[in-house]
Ligand binder design. Sequence first.
Ligand code: TYD
Length: 202
Amino acid sequence: MTARFISLEGIDGAGKSTHLAWLTHWLHIHDIQHTVTREPGGTPLGEKLRTLLLNEPMHLETEALLMFAARREHLDKVIQPSLASGKWVVSDRFTDASFAYQGGGRGLNDHKLSELEQWIGGIQPDLTLLFDVPLAVSQARMANSRQLDRFEQEASDFHARVRAAYLARAQAQPHRFRVVDASRDLSAIQAELEQIMKAFVA
Ligand code: TYD
């Protein structure tokens, strides 16, 4: 089986971390070698950029450029070598997050983001799991977080725009997106993930 690239997406508070843990366990029990990584970050340089991105106020284009700079490094040092060696890649966020947050959330032109995407090779995941929750669910979950980063601190209309941008992308690219209603019970979500993964490896 060729190594596949899977990304997980969703607004802050969608429960991605829990589902990432479920997915890595599923790959493990199915004997699928994989690398788990995240964005922004995933490399030593990328993690330094992550600290800046999550904490320092900056121009929105600087933010987008640094997201893609970290991604370029991530592709070169982690994603491409892993896939080339036959290991699957599971990334907690990828380019769709830039379209959702810098594009939808902050209002950066999609055309500029597409140019950056092409600039770093136009690579897209084979499967993108979009964990979707209504704003109220995400806000309630964030209210319990200890320390909120620069994105989590944004007002609810920012998160509403991020969610809408994610859903629009999922609708435009149904071949790789699976939208999972993550406001349900964990058991219902995991049953759906099981179906999605069975179909994906079939
Ligand atoms: P997140 O993935 O939610 O990590 P944690 O679960 O540890 O909080 O945090 C990363 C933040 O970065 C998230 O709010 C979305 C944002 N982000 C962008 O704005 N653009 C991007 O391209 C990426 C990858 C992330």
